[in-house]
Design a protein around this ligand. Structure first.
Ligand SMILES: [Zn+2]
Length: 455
């Protein structure tokens, strides 16, 4: 036994040394331009160690990638846009592979690695955010966070309020979505075209205003999609897709809403899994997901929102039936991450099957894109006509852990009676105070998230 392990050890060591000496191959660089940032994606043959730093006079961003080499010289990379100028690569004899980006404006860099997903292997992603856009967004969300704190700020806005329709073109940038068989049409291009048509229709309607969640070929994280809709105080949220399934025969439109209890069918679940994988393919770093937990836990106004979503979905489906065939006769449900807004009725529309060659062909034509947009628009319009323009309520998800006041638990009180007293949801109270199941002990000081409105 012993001689054998003695023999094995040097062999294993040799193997380990050889493996670590093998450089990572940097194969390609893709550049995606979004309004507030530029994303650079390096395809790499394995996980990499890297560092970012900036240089001034002139402004540059330097990316050092350890133990790496280029598979071939980068073709003229045109990062373009307002942020990035020329991209150069240096490869000293020893030392890291160095990529230098000339910056045209002040930028905040952020980088992360992505594991293989969808059509891609390992990737190194560098996001360069427009410093000005970042500041503006921070100011906006700070203002937003304060909204429910004081009664006058949650008071209804003077009627009639403009109805805001958030239109989300599925996928984008790194994430092409599904692809057609005959023309290799990317879902992300079709969804953007339909979304833009829909936005035009909404903009023409008095009292309605569209918000395009993305308006270009770049990826937006699933959470950021409904966050953007919430910042704009959207009344409804519609995510536009064009699905693919194995085989060529499936056809027709379908409409989906969120379910937290489980999917209404195996197909709905499969589809939700596929759509939810977008963040892995499109590229979202872990830090983007950090505060997701609070949202999920505070998804308490969801019961009403989910009812509204179903009724919005039925309206849209009824109108799509007039445009073309429908795949499912009812609104289906599954755990779609992009529909998890706690307070905006949200649906996901699979306009047609891009995997069906006949539907792929139609999806590419502006005429059909417009018809689909018209169907979705009519459904939204009907829904909004029936749903009163409620003032944006103090939404649960805007609760913070900063307490407005405290409450000391008295004998005979339960979490439910205390919650009722302050007009907040019992689960919100539990979340804010990190309580487990059951009632709090007498004498415990509870944090109350916000004061009951006087109205
Ligand atoms: Zn999709």
């Amino acid at each position: 036994m012993k001689p054998l392990s003695c023999l094995l050890l040097p062999v294993l060591l040799l193997f380990a040394v050889a493996a670590s000496a093998d450089p990572v191959i940097v194969q390609q660089l893709r550049v995606w331009r979004a309004p507030d940032h530029t994303r650079l994606v390096f395809d790499v043959s394995g996980p990499v160690e890297h560092r970012l730093f900036t240089l001034q006079n002139p402004d540059r961003l330097v990316v050092d990638i350890d133990n790496a080499r280029l598979s071939e010289p980068l073709k003229d990379v045109d990062a373009g846009g307002p942020l990035v100028g020329e991209v150069r690569v240096g490869q000293p004899e020893s030392g890291p592979l160095r990529v230098v980006l000339d910056l045209k404006a002040e930028a905040r860099p952020r980088s992360f690695l992505l594991k293989p997903a969808g059509p891609y292997g390992h990737r190194l992603v560098i996001d360069l955010f427009d410093a000005k856009a970042v500041e503006q967004e921070a100011a906006e969300s700070k203002q937003e966070a304060k909204l429910p704190a004081t009664p006058e700020r949650v008071a209804p806005k003077p009627a009639p309020r403009e109805r805001v329709v958030a239109i989300d073109a599925g996928h984008g940038g790194e994430d092409p979505g599904a692809s057609g068989r005959r023309y290799r049409t990317h879902e992300k291009d079709v969804t953007l075209a339909i979304a833009r048509e829909l936005a035009k229709l909404v903009a023409q309607e008095p009292g309605m205003r569209p918000v395009l969640i993305r308006d270009g070929d770049y990826y937006v994280g699933l959470r950021q999609r409904f966050e953007k809709a919430r910042r704009q105080r959207a009344d409804v949220f519609v995510s536009v897709h064009a699905d693919a399934v194995p085989g060529r025969s499936a056809y027709g439109s379908s409409v989906y809403a969120l379910s937290e209890k489980g999917a209404s069918s195996a197909m709905a679940r499969l589809l939700a899994d596929k759509e939810n994988a977008s963040d892995l393919i499109g590229g979202v770093s872990l830090s983007d997901k950090d505060d997701m937990l609070a949202h999920v836990l505070l998804d308490l106004s969801h019961n009403k929102t989910m009812q509204d979503s179903l009724s919005l979905g039925e309206d849209v489906l009824a109108e799509l039936r007039r445009v073309g065939p429908v795949h499912l006769r009812r609104v289906a449900q599954a755990g779609f991450a992009v529909l998890k807004s706690p307070d905006i009725p949200s649906v996901l529309v699979e306009t047609a099957f891009i995997s069906n060659p006949a539907e792929e062909k139609k999806l590419r034509t502006p005429a059909y894109q417009r018809q689909l947009a018209m169907g979705i628009f009519r459904g939204i319009k009907q829904h909004l006509a029936r749903a009163p323009a409620a003032p944006p309520a103090p939404v649960q998800a805007e609760l913070t852990r900063e307490p407005g006041q405290t409450h000391v638990v008295r004998k005979g009180e339960t979490l439910a009676t205390i919650a009722r007293q302050y007009n907040i949801h019992v689960e919100a109270l539990r979340f804010i105070n990190d309580l487990g199941r059951g009632d709090p002990p007498v004498g415990l000081r509870l944090r109350i998230p916000y004061r009951q409105s006087d109205s």
